[in-house]
Design a protein around this ligand. Structure first.
Ligand code: A3P
Length: 878
């Protein structure tokens, strides 16, 4: 019994000690596990068992409150603000900031960028009772919520008064979870987490382009999301999502909480509507919602229409190595797909470009493919693409271009290809831009071409800057790339992998090309329709994706109608803006070797008229290194290219006025056209073609200039100048006869010096501008010419004090010739006429007062001395 008892007590001790050991082990393991999770952050995925995760897309009944009953505050009154978006970015180079700007630029919306300061400093928001901005965007919403109360008060007041909304972004990072209440908002933000199974709220009033289709369930890329936890009916989700929640994720405050990656503040709280994004714009759906938010918050004023026109060109039918061309099956697939696409793109028709010379140059099966294409001529649209696929800029003579075109036309006629569709495309964009005028002329002659397209105007990149223009009555439309090139033949071999192509179609570059451009002309190639038929794959999938996710209405128009539509939408693009063909390598490659870029001026004398511009011109051409243009039969020494319609003759026409300089670095070509000075267009056009050119302007007292102009018109027997006195001209009221008003304008407007110079300075930096005192040019020309030589940096130095002499007979300085003879300006320069009467002078003095004050400020800013006439005028002001 004793031994039994001892055994029992031994057992008890053993069990007890075992329990202690087990307990200790358990504790140890728990500590280790806790430590593991403590130091490794969250790795476990726990779904939230709350309502948020149970809400199904498109199932509003299950939602915690009725989204249908949405009230918002008063929308923006577009008449009270300019249609400009104010964007606060983190820095000039911040990625999201650039993405925001890219969308605004692509949508052709005006915007103003400010770098968001910590204090929240604001630019001027109101100008003459009108709001300057229709919408405010913050790249970082924290800058908005934490700005100082003074600035916030100002901004809130502006937003409520003008009905202006705010868009903001909160992007997390991959660090550990953060949860906080957004200052001033009754909801929580949880950031730095992953999300999944996201849905679009089908009842969000924001949706315009976006169609609330169902996304495939699954996680979204990245663990840097922020979600807004909503339990207040004044804040509606636009996109809601489940959270891939970490273990220590706090439970939602109420069962009714939703997690949204985009939230719409209906403005019921403080009268300001806001849309907040819980990430950047990398997620394509956020991009689409961002576009819709701009539209909605701007009261549909900054909005894109739902119509999209798509034209798919197959540039080089018949051109392609054997093995890459279409056989009969491929052609049949082309026809079938065209029919299929018509269900989603109204009137969809492939537009085939042909180079007849290469017909029947494939394998036997491919030649049969050619034949089936021609048997199906009526099913497609057709356009000429040069007989032998040659680049037009290689043909200097228009006649040889015409010959080539006639061969292709003959081919078309033989095979029943229509020849009257009015559209053509040049191989490699050659000749379209930069303009090879021979191509335009030959196209008109042989094909009566009215429309073409190119990717090169003004440059290939960035694509969103591409524009159209009209030249010689040919409408040039911008072209878009769709990621398919002659060498993209096999799906598996797509550059970067097939996923890249799919990404571009499904919410990537190609998708947004269609979303952001009302008209897209896509370039594809024959080889994209043989083998893996990537052309068909791309457009079928694109149409599907667009159809699924947007409310866009896709359609195709024949090229001429399409072009008219284009310039109806963008009339401001009709006028071209020429650039130097040698400044872009791609342009240089398609610029004729027989043409140069050196026949362009290094400086311009821009006027204004009657300030001594001809005298300056005469003095300049005396210099051995300075060469002017040859005279124009109509406008004599002036070319008058940048200001008026001569500009539309193109740069070949302009360059023909200049010799090829014998030494490009030391020779200074220039031109003087005195009415460039006050022209609206000249500065922009000149800066585009000759951005490095120096600009010289001459100023005299604007009252004297006006009087000199009046006298000039009288001696040219201008009827109004003969009929009316100078006083009548300058004082004419708004109801005066039109010829009198016209003369008045030409007398007075060029004298608004500050306004005109400011315009030049928006296109040229101040160090490229020289302002000459016209009075000094008249009395002391050699000093002025020294200054001009220094400004131009021209050599050798030319001694004008020896080369000029005062001609007492003429009353002006003239060129000194051999044997003491002089060469002065003609009778029309330095005329004799009575001095201006005091009444006119007093009137003009007062008329120009404000302009002169502005000019003095401008000269002061530029660090230039004030001419004596200006100092005198300013004294009168005091
Ligand atoms: P007036 O004829 O009214 O005196 P522009 O060549 O720009 O049309 O300017 C003509 C003006 O240049 C003339 O106006 C004249 O006053 C001025 N001028 C200045 N220097 C001159 C010069 N050396 N010879 C002739 N005119 C000169």
């Amino acid at each position: 019994l004793l031994s039994l008892l001892r055994f029992k007590s031994l057992m008890i001790v053993w069990v007890f000690s075992m329990q202690i050991i087990l307990l200790a082990t358990f504790c140890m393991v728990s500590i280790v596990i806790s430590a593991y999770y403590l130091y490794n952050g969250y790795k476990q995925e726990n779904e939230l068992p709350e309502t948020s995760s149970e809400v199904e897309c498109g199932d509003p009944q299950l939602m915690p409150y009725k989204l249908m009953e949405m009230k918002t505050t008063k929308p923006v009154d577009p008449l009270r603000t300019d249609l400009v978006v104010l964007v606060f970015v983190e820095s000039q180079y911040s990625t999201l900031g650039q993405d925001i700007i890219t969308i605004l630029e692509s949508s052709r919306f005006q915007f103003h960028i400010e770098i968001a300061s910590g204090k929240g400093d604001l630019p001027v928001l109101i100008d003459k009772n009108k709001g300057k901005y229709a919408l405010i965007v913050y790249e970082n919403i924290l800058k908005y919520v934490s700005m100082d109360s003074w600035n916030r008060g100002l901004l809130d007041k502006y937003c409520t008064e003008y009905g202006v909304g705010v868009i903001g972004f909160h992007k997390g990072n991959e660090n550990s979870l953060q949860s906080f209440q957004l200052k001033g908002f009754p909801f929580h933000v949880h950031s730095n987490l992953g999300v999944k199974d996201c849905c679009i709220n089908p009842h969000s009033p924001l949706l315009h382009l976006t169609k609330p289709s169902k996304l495939e369930k699954g996680p979204l890329l990245g663990n840097d999301w922020a979600v807004f936890q909503i339990n207040h009916t004044a804040y509606q989700p636009v996109i809601f999502a489940k959270v891939k929640a970490p273990e220590n994720f706090p439970p939602p405050a109420a069962l009714s909480a939703l997690y949204a990656t985009v939230i719409h503040d209906l403005g019921l709280h403080d009268g300001i509507q806001r849309v907040l994004f819980g990430n950047n714009l990398n997620f394509w759906l956020h991009k689409l919602i961002f576009i819709d938010a701009i539209s909605f918050l701007s009261g549909k004023k900054l909005t894109l229409s739902l119509d999209r026109y798509i034209l798919v060109d197959i540039d080089d039918i018949f051109v392609g190595k054997d093995g890459t061309r279409m056989n009969t099956n491929d052609v049949q697939a082309l026809l079938d797909t065209q029919n299929l696409l018509r269900a989603q793109i109204t009137n969809f028709t492939f537009n085939l470009g042909f180079s007849g010379k290469f017909y029947h140059t494939g394998t036997e099966e491919e030649d049969e493919g050619d034949d089936l294409l021609l048997r199906s001529v009526d099913e497609f649209w057709w356009f000429p693409h040069m007989w032998s696929h040659m680049q037009p800029h290689l043909f200097h003579n228009e006649s040889s271009l015409v010959e080539q075109m006639i061969l292709n036309k003959k081919f078309a006629l033989e095979h029943g290809i229509p020849t009257d569709l009015g559209y053509a495309v040049a191989p490699h964009h050659s000749g379209v831009y930069p303009v090879h005028v021979q191509l335009y002329d030959a196209w008109k002659k042989v094909w009566n071409i009215r429309v073409t397209s190119t990717e090169e105007y003004p440059h290939l990149k960035p694509a969103r800057y591409r524009r159209g223009f009209i030249h010689k009555n040919i409408m040039v439309l911008p072209r878009q790339t769709c990621g398919l090139f002659t060498h993209t033949i096999f799906y598996k071999e797509y550059p970067g992998g097939p996923k890249e192509l799919d990404k571009s179609i499904q919410g990537g570059e190609l998708f947004f090309t269609v979303v952001l451009n009302p008209i897209s002309i896509f370039m594809t190639h024959l080889s994209n329709y043989g083998n893996d038929r990537l052309g068909l794959y791309t457009f079928v999938n694109l149409a599907n994706f667009v159809h699924t996710w947007t409310n866009l209405k896709l359609q195709t128009l024949p090229p001429v109608q399409l072009a008219h539509k284009y310039f109806e939408l963008f009339p401001e693009q009709k006028d071209p803006l020429w650039q130097n063909p040698c400044d872009d390598k791609r342009h240089r490659d398609i610029w004729s070797k027989e043409k140069t870029c050196d026949r362009l001026p290094k400086f311009l004398v821009v006027g204004p008229q009657k300030t001594g511009t001809t005298a300056l011109y005469l003095f300049l051409i005396m210099h051995p290194s300075i060469i002017s243009n040859s005279p124009s039969p109509k406008t004599f020494e002036e070319v008058q290219f940048f200001n008026r319609n001569n500009y539309h003759r193109g740069i070949d026409w302009y360059m023909d006025f200049f010799p090829t300089p014998s030494n490009v670095t030391t020779d200074f070509l220039f031109e003087k056209s005195a009415n460039y000075f006050h022209s609206e267009e000249a500065p922009r056009r000149a800066a585009s073609l000759i951005p490095k050119a120096k600009i010289i302007t001459i100023l005299i007292d604007p009252s004297d200039r006006a009087y000199s102009w009046y006298q000039h018109q009288r001696s040219h027997e201008d009827p109004a100048a003969l009929k009316f006195s100078f006083y009548q001209v300058i004082t004419a009221g708004p109801r005066a006869p039109s010829e009198l008003r016209a003369l008045q304008k030409r007398c007075l407007a060029p004298g608004w010096y500050a306004t005109h110079i400011e315009r030049w300075l928006t296109y040229f930096p101040p160090y490229q501008l020289l302002i000459i005192d016209g009075q000094q040019l008249r009395t002391d020309p050699s000093t002025v010419m020294d200054e001009v030589q220094k400004f131009l940096g021209v050599s050798p130095h030319y001694n004008y004090s020896e080369a000029l002499t005062f001609d007492s007979h003429k009353g002006f300085w003239c060129q000194l010739l051999e044997e003491g003879k002089t060469k002065c300006l003609g009778k029309s320069k330095g005329r004799k006429y009575p001095p201006m009467d005091s009444e006119c002078r007093a009137f003009l003095s007062s008329y120009y007062r404000d302009h002169n004050v502005e000019l003095s400020k401008l000269l002061h800013k530029l660090g230039q001395p004030l001419p004596s006439w200006l100092r005198q005028e300013l004294q009168k002001v005091r």
